[in-house]
Design a protein around this ligand. Structure first.
Ligand code: SF4
Ligand code: SF4
Length: 333
């Protein structure tokens, strides 16, 4: 299916972050070295100086400052930043950066090619007609590509995990020269197998319930009724009669984007539903699905119009009948 401009942007964000995920250990951008017992961060040794305290090189006060300013504060600030972004914009990290979600989407697409379904657990295939007007006819030969892709990415993930824990150049050199130690080979073998099983059979399950990063983003997002959310303009609902539910068909998290926010708890803000809707309704001035915030987001979150404390706020914005207190700005009535 052809990518819209927004989906192309998302593709580049996801690809860039996937590359960063693989390159962070060899570039010492972020990794924990089990052999040295400390983190590397942005090319520097990230240590709390406990060894210095034990050997008497630094005072207990300096050690306490290290723990607060080098250990606790950066982690707390990063977590707070992520939670704030999720509170305001939802699971943007999942839909636009996460290297696991990139694999989820890629395997979904290959499974659709092979079977017409996003996962083996779905009962019915999605329609062959895509939002851009093209057709995808399931072809069983794509199963081989699907399995090989899942295996390849499981191996890349397992290998990357290993380099987050042991010196990356030693691992890559051992791998190229077939000199991995027993433990390294076992880690790679077991990791690849487990990840392969997860990618093939439980990738959506992990994103929905297994990932703490995703769960905390969803919880923060649900706490803000004004946050960015996919909204459905009910005034344009009649347009859907000419569509085969393209938004439902394309959602990689298998959500129904025309519903209320509570039922989209795991939405990753990937906007695939919005892009599909725009493609289907390309001839219309606007599509029924779009990202909304503030008062419009409250309608999606509560299924009720927003209550305004501003007595002069327009009835149109609030989706309420006109009254003397809420005059209609357009007509003045
Ligand atoms: S509802 Fe839309 S934005 Fe949310 S995960 Fe599904 S396709 Fe992506
Ligand atoms: S919201 Fe858009 S994509 Fe979804 S069914 Fe209606 S027209 Fe189709």
């Amino acid at each position: 299916m052809a990518r819209t401009k927004l989906q192309l942007q998302r593709f580049w964000f996801q690809s860039g972050f996937f590359l960063l995920f693989i390159l962070a250990p060899p570039l010492d951008l972020l990794r924990y070295d089990l052999t040295q017992g400390h983190f590397f961060f942005l090319g520097m040794n990230w240590t709390l100086g406990i060894d210095g305290l034990i050997s008497g090189e630094i005072s207990p006060l300096e050690a306490a400052m290290n723990i607060i300013f080098i250990g606790f504060l950066p982690i707390a600030l990063t977590a707070a930043g992520l939670i704030w972004i999720a509170w305001k914009f939802g699971r943007l990290y999942c839909g636009w950066l996460c290297p696991h979600f990139s694999v989820v989407e890629m395997i979904n697409k290959l499974m659709i090619r092979a079977s017409g379904k996003h996962s083996i657990w779905e009962k019915k295939p999605i329609p062959e007609l895509q939002a851009d007007g093209s057709y995808i006819k399931p072809d069983k030969r794509f199963w081989l590509v699907t399995v090989l892709a899942a295996l390849f990415f499981a191996f890349i993930w397992a290998l990357s995990f290993l380099t987050y824990l042991l010196p990356p150049f030693e691992i890559y050199s051992n791998l190229i020269n077939w000199e991995l130690t027993g433990n390294q080979a076992r880690f790679l073998g077991v990791g690849t197998l487990l990840l392969f099983i997860e990618f093939m059979f439980a990738r959506h399950l992990f994103c929905r319930f297994g990932c703490a990063v995703g769960l905390f983003q969803s919880l923060a997002w649900m706490g803000n009724n004004r946050a960015l959310v996919v909204g459905f303009d009910k005034q344009q609902a009649n347009l859907c009669s000419s569509c085969n539910n393209a938004c439902d068909n394309i959602c990689p998290m298998r959500l129904k984007p025309r519903t209320i926010k509570r039922k989209m708890f795991t939405c990753t803000e990937c906007a695939q539903c919005i892009s599909a809707c725009e493609q289907v309704q390309a001839a219309q001035p606007s599509a029924p699905l779009s990202w909304v915030t503030d008062a419009d987001a409250i309608v999606v979150a509560t299924d009720k119009p927003a209550k305004s404390t501003d007595p002069k706020q327009s009835c149109t914005a609030l989706n309420e009948p006109c009254s003397a207190q809420r005059p209609c700005q357009e007509t003045g009535g």
